[in-house]
Each structure stands twice: as C-alpha cells, then as structure tokens.
Ligand binder design. Structure first.
Ligand code: SF4
Length: 373
C-alpha cells in the first residue's frame, strides 16, 4: 500500500473502516432527515462509477490501508442494483476476513440478492425493520408492509452470512407498550432470531413531516419505559448491550460500529460521506448530482473539513467510550450529586447504569479529560 499505511493501521480501535453512502430511497419516511433522495434513480450507474473513482483515488493518492470493515449505509443501499453495489465493493481494498455490511430495506432482502451479496464478500446485512405492527409502521410513515420484516429476517437467517442485524424504532405515534412488546417478541421468537439488534428512539428532526406534527412527537417517559423493556427482554434472551442503542449475542458485535465508538479511522466514499484520518475530519458534498459532477470533472468531492485540538479529541473519545460497557476512566466522571445512580464505578472505570444510559447526554456534558489520558 502507499504512504501512511502504517500510521493508519494503528488507529485507536485497530483496523480501518470504509463507509459507502448510498443516497437513494424508494420513498421518504416521515421522520427522516438523512441525505437521501427519492427522485434520483437515473443516477444509479453514474453514482456507482463516481464511487469507484473516489475509492481508487483514495487508494492511489491517500494510501488507505485494506479495510477491516466496509459499511454500505444510506439511504437504502439495497435500492442500488446489486451489480452496481458489488462493483463499488470490488474497488475497496479489504483485509483478509473483512466485515462487509449492507443496510437493506426488508422488501429487498430476498434469497437471490443475499446469495449474490455473499458470493461477493458481504458478511452482514442490517435490515431497517422499525416495527412489525402495521399501525406503528403507518404512524412512522414507513411504506414497507409489516410481514416483510419477518420474511426478510427468515431470508437473512438462512443466507449463511456471518451475522445480521435488525433496526427497530420505538416511540412511533400510536405505538402502545403492547405494540412495542409485540415487535420485540416477533423477532425474538423467530426460529433464528437476529443476532444483533439496534433500538433507536424516534427523534424529531427539523424540517421533516414529523416535526410539523406535534401530535406524533414521542414522549420522554414513554421512550424510557420502552428502552427498559427492550433491555430486559434482550438481556433475558442472551444479548448484551454493546452501546446504548445496540445489543448483540456473543460474537456478533459489529466491527464497523466498534471502530466508530473507539474513535477509529475510516474513509467515507460517496455524497455526504464523512471521513476521519490522522486527526482530521472531512465530508463530501451532500447531493449525488454534485458529487457525480465533481468526480467526473476530476475534482475533489470534499465540501468541508475540521481538525480537532488534542483536548477536543480526548473529550470526544471519552463521550463515545461512555456509551459502551467499557465506560471511561473513573476520573473522567466527576463525583457530583446529580450524577448519583447514573454511573457505576469499578476497577478504575466508570460505566453507565441503565438509568445512566437513558441520561447519557447529561453525563457526557460533565466529562473531564483526566490528567493521565
Ligand atoms: S428508508 Fe431510511 S434513509 Fe430512506 S427515507 Fe426511510 S429512514 Fe430515511
């Protein structure tokens, strides 16, 4: 590999990630503020070509090392025809045994597609399920049919992948405690339940249809109750929490996520993709049209960058570590009365309690960089 390989391979988490952004969706969900588009399908081939060019440039000019994890996120990566997605993957140098994840919409998770993915080196799919309850899906503005998630889960379980994940969203309008239990139970009682689950609280993003309709905004107490219920059911079923919103069975943690949580280094490919290398962060132009135009013209797609001071980097690493069971050095969390019950101190570490996980932002706001770190 080119210059810089050794330094990058020594990223804080070990390993190096590549993130590929796929900015296409079939329809826009009411709560979504991601950089994704429903009217740009005519760009599929041009976009893939530009991603391949950017990946090759990163290899040739920046000397990025072989990726230990590759993550196709979006948007809806499974919206891209598989041959185009896999052509992008081909352009990314990968380390032996690399984890390769593709985010999928439930309707796209067919045995044929999974077989094509797996043959090309995909090891993991992450299914955006959100709920198994019809009126909850409708309240979220999701268009997929409720049975699609269970069918997709069965296909993923039978595809011979190393692992797979389902995303759920709690707090949708009209969702009762019983509905939430049902979504979890529908997944956990499958013959082969997902080995990894991500559970996100519905968040109200400015400018979305959800933001414009306060009657559908989630209630904090309800979200806390749903979170505790999910944690109880998942821990009881043999999952352990990996991060505030993520649970996995042993051996099924997501390497790419862990790289992010350890503030490791990664290269983002595609529109709106972010990169982090050697203390510098940068991001690409937001729209696929501008991205394709820039790359075609032989120009950099970069839109901006920032370099964090060492103290900021240390604080950021603490805030990320706090969200995991490894926690942070004990001295990073002040012994303040308002933090009582939110962290547990043991063996020199401070780890969030379950109540602390619900109030993680309040704890993070009080973090201090210990003199020794
Ligand atoms: S499928 Fe995902 S990325 Fe696409 S609109 Fe819905 S939430 Fe946003």
């Amino acid at each position: 590999m080119g210059p810089g390989t050794g330094a990058v391979a020594a990223g804080e988490a070990g390993g190096f990630g590549v993130y590929v952004h796929v900015p296409f969706c079939r329809s826009r969900c009411d709560y979504c503020a991601f950089a994704t588009y429903v009217d740009r399908d005519h760009l599929f081939a041009d976009y893939a070509e530009a991603c391949i060019a950017e990946a090759r440039h990163a290899v040739a000019e920046e000397g990025i090392p072989p990726a230990t994890s590759v993550f196709f996120g979006g948007g809806t990566p499974s919206r891209l025809p598989p041959d185009l997605l896999l052509a992008i993957l081909d352009a990314v140098p990968r380390a032996h045994g690399a984890e390769v994840t593709v985010e999928c919409n439930p309707e796209d998770v067919t045995p044929e597609r999974l077989a094509a993915y797996r043959a090309a080196g995909v090891t993991r799919v992450s299914i955006g399920g959100q709920s198994t309850v019809p009126h909850v899906l409708a309240g979220l503005g999701r268009r997929h049919t409720p049975g699609a998630l269970v069918a997709a889960a069965a296909a993923a379980a039978g595809a011979g992948l190393a692992s797979w994940n389902v995303d759920l969203i709690m707090g949708g309008a009209g969702e009762s405690d019983e509905d939430w239990d049902r979504s979890l139970a529908d997944l956990l009682t499958l013959d082969a339940p997902p080995p990894h689950l991500s559970v996100y609280a519905l968040t109200v993003e400015p400018g979305t249809p959800l933001a414009a309709d306060p009657s559908r905004h989630p209630d904090d107490d309800v979200l806390a109750r749903r979170y505790e219920r999910a944690d109880d059911l998942l821990q009881g079923a043999g999952y352990r929490w990996e991060e505030i919103s993520n649970w996995a069975r042993p051996g099924h943690g997501c390497r790419h996520n862990r790289l992010y949580w350890a503030r490791g280094e990664y290269r983002g490919i595609g529109s709106a993709a972010h990169s982090h290398r050697q203390g510098r962060r940068w991001w690409n132009v937001r729209t696929p049209d501008r991205y394709v135009a820039r790359v075609r013209a032989g120009r950099s797609p970069q839109a901006g960058e920032e370099v964090l001071a060492p103290a900021q980097q240390a604080l950021e690493a603490l805030a990320l570590g706090l969200r995991t069971p490894a926690g942070v050095p004990e001295a990073a969390v002040p012994d303040a009365p308002e933090l009582a019950g939110l962290v547990e101190r043991r063996a020199g570490r401070a780890v969030l309690t379950r109540r602390g996980r619900l109030l993680a932002d309040a704890v993070a706001a009080r973090l201090v960089v210990p003199a020794a770190t």
